[in-house]
Design a protein around this ligand. Structure first.
Ligand SMILES: Nc1ncnc2c1ncn2[C@@H]1O[C@H](COP(=O)(O)OP(=O)(O)OP(=O)(O)O)[C@@H](O)[C@H]1O
Ligand SMILES: [Mg+2]
Length: 227
């Protein structure tokens, strides 16, 4: 069973929330794996290019998996994935991504997959990263970065996720990335009323950002048992 964590934008807290989801499910005794299918903004190591998001997800995994499964496509420049792939003459293969996911899933009760940017991110001339959860039928969890403009971004994203009927919107998490965002409660109430899926938690602006702190704010069922 797997879940795809998307966001209203880049930098809204997908990695923090995905890691917290993993920690939450691991604490319930489940075997949990993380995946970042496509990452740009990677740094060189002796073992090859590595990505901070993928490494953060690896930290929460209950077993070690080959990095090539956790993050099949790692690109150095911090630019849109299809442009980063183009720059090094790589074609992102959906079958390869799906095969990597299935290998992780084989050894896990839950796989938490972090997207890149928002929902409709191009990964080639035609392909979109949303083809990945749609092909696999993954449940989608939307991270809403709580800042001005998030109502529009959240509702557009929900519409796109539900369009075509291939993806299930499991729920959303509000993440306090802007301490000055106001009025917070009224905006959260608007999201609750208009997003056609349950709120799985509200993470406030954190002075010391930690996966533990985010994890305590999640209200989650056992994801392996959610259908
Ligand atoms: N609740 C919060 N309070 C304070 N800072 C936060 C909170 N959530 C996330 N941040 C900070 O915001 C930044 C962006 O978070 P994060 O990297 O998780 O976003 P992302 O959506 O995964 O970004 P990307 O699109 O690059 O993958 C990080 O520096 C993170 O520490
Ligand atoms: Mg991230």
């Amino acid at each position: 069973m797997g879940y795809f964590v998307t966001g209203t934008d880049t930098g809204v807290g997908k990695t923090l929330i995905a890691a917290a989801l993993m920690k939450h499910q691991a604490a319930l005794g489940l075997r949990v794996a993380g995946m970042k299918p496509v990452a740009s903004g990677c740094y060189p190591t002796a073992a090859g290019l590595r990505n901070d998001d993928a490494v953060a997800l690896e930290h929460q995994a209950t077993a070690r998996h080959p990095y090539a499964l956790v993050n099949p496509y790692a690109f150095a420049p911090a630019i849109a994935p299809h442009l980063a792939a183009d720059a090094v003459g790589v074609t992102i293969s959906m079958p390869l991504l799906i095969d990597a996911y299935q290998q992780l899933e084989e050894h896990s009760d839950v796989v938490i997959v972090e997207g890149a940017g928002g929902w409709r991110v191009p990964i080639g001339p035609v392909g979109l990263l949303s083809d990945f959860p749609e092909t696999l039928g993954l449940g989608v969890i939307l991270v809403v970065g709580l800042r001005l403009g998030c109502l529009n971004h959240a509702l557009l994203t929900c519409e796109a996720i539900l369009r075509g009927g291939k993806s299930r919107l499991v729920g959303w998490v509000g993440n306090g990335i802007d301490p000055a965002f106001s009025p917070l409660e009224a905006n959260i109430a608007t999201l609750e009323r208009r997003i056609p899926a349950p709120c799985l938690g509200i993470v406030p602006p954190l002075t010391n950002v930690s996966v533990e702190a985010a994890c305590t704010r999640l209200r989650l069922p056992v994801l392996a048992a959610v259908e």
